[in-house]
Structure formats: C-alpha cells, structure tokens
Design a protein around this ligand. Structure first.
Ligand code: AMP
Length: 223
C-alpha cells in the first residue's frame, strides 16, 4: 500500500495515539494513565472519537482495531496501540513496531468440534484472519477453503458452515461452552505499539520518550 503522509499531522510537534477499542482500550488506559496520559473524558463511556489528555501535547483517537494500522501508516496518527493479530493480518508496512506492551494477551489457534471425524480432502475454515490462516495451512501443504466471518467464529462449525475455526482464545471458556477443542496453537498475541515511519524521524525525541515511559510502566499499569 502506498501511504502518502498527511502533512499537517506530520509537521506538528504534538503526538496522536490511535487506540483499538475493546479489550486493548480497557487494558491500555491504566498504562497510559501511569505514563501521565489520562484522557479528559472516559473513552469507555463517551461517544467522542478524539480525546484530549492530561498532557496538552498528546491526544488519543479511539477506533476499530483493524483501522489502527491504517491511521498510523498514513500518518493521521503518529502511534498506535493494537493487537499483534491485527498486525499479522494487515497488508502494509508504513510503520515500525518497537514495543510489546504485554497486555491483552491471548493466542491464535485452530479449533474443531470435540471428537470430530473428518473425511473431506479440503478443510473448510471459518475465520476473520483469512491471511494468517491461508499462510499457516499453506506451509503445512493442507488444502483449505477459507470462509471469512466478522465475529462469533465458534458458531460456524456448530451449524455446518465450517469444519474448523481460527480465532483468538484467552481463557478457553467460549470454546468449552460451545463443545469445541483447540487442536493447534498458531502463535502468541499481545498488544503492540506501532509508530508511523515519518513521525519516527520528525518527532523522534517525543516518540522515543513516550515509548520509554510506556516500557517503564508496562508491568505496573495492568487492569
Ligand atoms: P475466551 O472465552 O476467554 O477464550 O475468549 C474467547 C473469545 O474472546 C473469542 O470470541 C475471541 O475472539 C475473543 N478474544 C479473546 N482474546 C481476545 C483479545 N485479546 N482481543 C480481542 N478478542 C479476544
């Protein structure tokens, strides 16, 4: 993807952080607070999308996880906080990934109905991670038909839409509640900080100072 940087953001001294909604937002806010970046309103309750913070030079944008890499690649945000799953699935490279925050931890895996007997030569796999799934099974030489879904992957094998799913698992409770078992772990996942390549140069001092703060507090600010 060709990302032309947005000039106004790239030249300002301020920092804009794109934050993925949901579990990452919940776990990143305490960490940002300990680093002195407390939002002025509660992003979990407010309908606003842009939040000023206790630091006048830092603002936060709240958005869907899959949009975070796009805002950062194009320079509409200088930094982003997003899951490694979203980054592995994203088709672009206009940012660096300098820091693993170690929050929103889970893993990506393949699951099937307990006791499943398969005879088909080609596996039907339901997932929202089509790219990761395609690459994973291609390496193993397994033929797959990938069925793209946007949520509740666990439902698909229960009603015959797919043989297996590729999804995130944290406690394993959702799999268990739906009679599914994990049959293969693909990789560990956690939230990462990404930085726009131009901002890395033009705002180097501010960006590295913020990364150092987050790195210093990352073990202590967990929800
Ligand atoms: P669990 O029942 O705790 O294993 O959680 C599984 C459900 O939560 C699945 O529907 C996953 O898609 C979702 N999930 C698990 N971990 C995460 C995460 N870190 N970020 C977003 N969704 C997650």
């Amino acid at each position: 993807m060709d990302a032309a940087p947005l000039q106004p953001e790239a030249t300002r001294g301020n920092l804009t952080i794109a934050l993925a909604k949901g579990r990452i937002l919940k776990e990143a806010l305490p960490l940002l607070r300990t680093a002195g970046i407390a939002p002025q309103d509660d992003p979990g309750r407010s309908r606003k999308l842009i939040f000023g913070t206790a630091r006048p030079d830092v603002r936060i944008l709240v958005m869907r996880a899959t949009d975070v890499p796009t805002y950062v690649e194009y320079g509409a945000a200088d930094l982003g906080i997003v899951g490694k799953d979203t980054l592995l699935e994203y088709d672009g490279d206009g940012f660096y990934e300098p820091l693993d925050l170690g929050i929103a931890r889970c893993h990506l895996m393949v699951a099937a109905p307990a006791g499943q007997q398969l005879t088909a030569a080609r596996l039907r796999i339901a997932t929202k991670y089509a790219g990761i799934t395609r690459r994973h099974f291609a390496v193993q030489g397994v033929q797959t038909e990938i069925i793209k879904l946007y949520g509740s992957m666990e439902l698909a094998p229960l009603v015959g839409l797919a043989d297996r799913i590729v999804d995130l698992v944290d406690t394993g409770n959702t799999l268990k509640a739906n009679g599914l078992v994990e049959i293969e772990r693909i990789c560990e996942i956690s939230a990462r900080v990404i930085v726009n390549k131009a901002a890395w140069k033009t705002k180097h001092q501010a960006v590295t100072a913020l990364l150092a703060e987050l790195d210093r507090h990352k073990g202590s600010g967990r929800a």
